[in-house]
Design a protein around this ligand. Sequence first.
Ligand SMILES: [Zn+2]
Length: 363
Amino acid sequence: MNKLLSLCVAFMLALVTADVLSVPAHTCNGQPLVWSSDTLNFKVPSRHYPQDSIQYHNLNLALSHFNRNPSNFRISTSYEARTRKNTGMNGNGVNEILFSSLDGDAIGRELKIFSCSEGLIESDVILATAPDWTTSSSALRYLEYGGDHENAVGVLLHEFGHAAGVGHTVDSMSNMGSAHYFYRNGSTIYEGVGEDLSVSLRSLYGNGESSKQDLAVSHYRYVGNDGEYALVGFTRILEGGTEPFSVISGGMPVYHLVRGEAYDLEFTYENMGQNSAFVSVEFYLSSNNYISPGDRLIARFEGLHIGPNIVFTKKYNITLPMNAHGRMHLGVIVNREMAEINGSKESTLANNRTFHQILVVDE
Ligand SMILES: [Zn+2]
């Protein structure tokens, strides 16, 4: 039956992504290989994911975030007391999520069995035991913000994407390119499936029954690729095309800006839903990094178009108010008024706000 074995590894320091948007992991005669059902059930050994453990919490968070995707495809789990040997997990006819040691720098892995005649047959997902995982949603605990913890939810979302039959994304900020980015407001992080996985799942399994919509704005951007993975970095503040002086605090830049001067504020906008959106973008000045409509509104732009298969980094020119002073934050909110997109509200607003850090200085 010509069964093939495939393997994917998310590396500890990688810098990840794939070819183009919507790349299937495996094809036969040009056709992507998919599951025959829209629901993929994994068996989870309770011994590896004990209730209330870090790994149990992260797995359930990843599942709930994954299942917000706008396609018909859903992942479910059932816990079982029985445990199987890791060495025999692949090819035993059971989809499994394990927590185990992995070779080298790998922190997550997905192994798959498939054939041209049957499509996808079996998937096994492993989260490595070695990294310092955490259940915290506090940004400063994570490597990306100078902490020492890995992002289990992001890695699981990436491996779930592979399990669905989606390959890497090399050309954009994307979870299938790199799990090393977040949506962040205040100290809280949020991980999402990303635009690339959303559109890939819709192309493989069709649109979900209800019109699922979700926009996001991020202070990360695509900066290049490393093999089949993507590289991400922080978005920037620019003045005449040049970054003003900055120092690092909390793992990210604090730009030194002068009041009354105009700057280009760079953020990345993303559509993880089913339909084109035309929404507002608002910029705020805030004394803290939690951006809310109660902060001081300094600019509003109407009609930003974000297509349902698009992620892009865009600059808006903003003048720093004359009464800005000291350590502050320049925030952005996309679709603040929660306008409906094709008749539906967004599935979450946890990823609609983020910020730059600034220090207002004399010229
Ligand atoms: Zn991968």
